[in-house]
Write a new protein. Sequence first.
Length: 261
Amino acid sequence: MPYSRAIPEPSAGPLVTALGVALIAASLVTNLFVLVVGLMAMVWGGVLWFRAIFPDECVEAIPAQVLAQTAPNYAVSAVGKPKPRAVFPEEMHPIRSGIRGGLIGGVAMAIVACLWGISKHGSVWLPINLLTGAIVPGVGTADLPTLEIFHAGWFAIAVAIHSVMSIAVGLLYTTALPMMPRRPLLAGGVLVPVIVTGLVWASLGIVNPALEHYISWPWFIASQVAFGLVCGWIVSRTEMVSTRAGQSLAERLSVERGGKR
C-alpha cells in the first residue's frame, strides 16, 4: 500500500510555483518587473517540484512510534477481506481527449462569440479584438471603429490566448468529469460554465476593462455553455484509463534505469 511506511519529503516547490503563477497574474494590473519575478519563481518552483518526484519520489520514513500508533487505512469488502482504500478517481479520460475536446469546444465558443459580434455590431472581428485586451494595452483605449476591423497582430494573439485557455479547460475536464459520472454533460455544460462566468464577472474589470465595456452576458454565458457541452461530450465519450495511483512518476512514465524498467 503506498505510503504505508514512508511519506513524501517536504518540498517548497508547489508553494514557490503557486507564488510565481500568482505574481504572473498580478502583473496584468501592475508592471513588467512583477511579471519577471513571477516567471523566475514559477521556473524555480517547477524545478524544485520536479526534482522531488523524478526519477524517484523523495520520501522519508515514518517514525516507528507514529507508525505503531496509526491504525492501517483499510476498507472492508463485502466478503470480509480487508483491501486498500481506493484513490479517487481511479480512472480518468486520456489527455489527448482533453486537448481535442478543448480545441473543438473552443471553436464552438468562438462561433457563438462571432455571432454576437455580427448581430450586435455587424463585425466578426470585434469579439476577437476584445479578447486581446488582457495583454495588448492599446485595446483598452481603442474606439469602436478600430475594434471592428481586422488586425493581424491582435488576431494572432487572440488565437493563442483562446487556444491555450481552451486546452487548459479541456484537460481539466479529463479529471473532473469522472468525479461526476452520472451527469457528465450537466457538469461540463452547465456547472463549469456557471463557475467560469462568476469568476469572469468578478475579475473582468481588472483583467480586461475593454471587454467589460462591450460584453453581453447572455451571449457570454451561451458561449460558455456551447464550449462545455461540446468539450464535455467529446471527453465523456472516450474510454477512461487508469491513473496508476500509488506508482512513482518514473513508473508511470515507464522510465528505464540501469537496464531495469
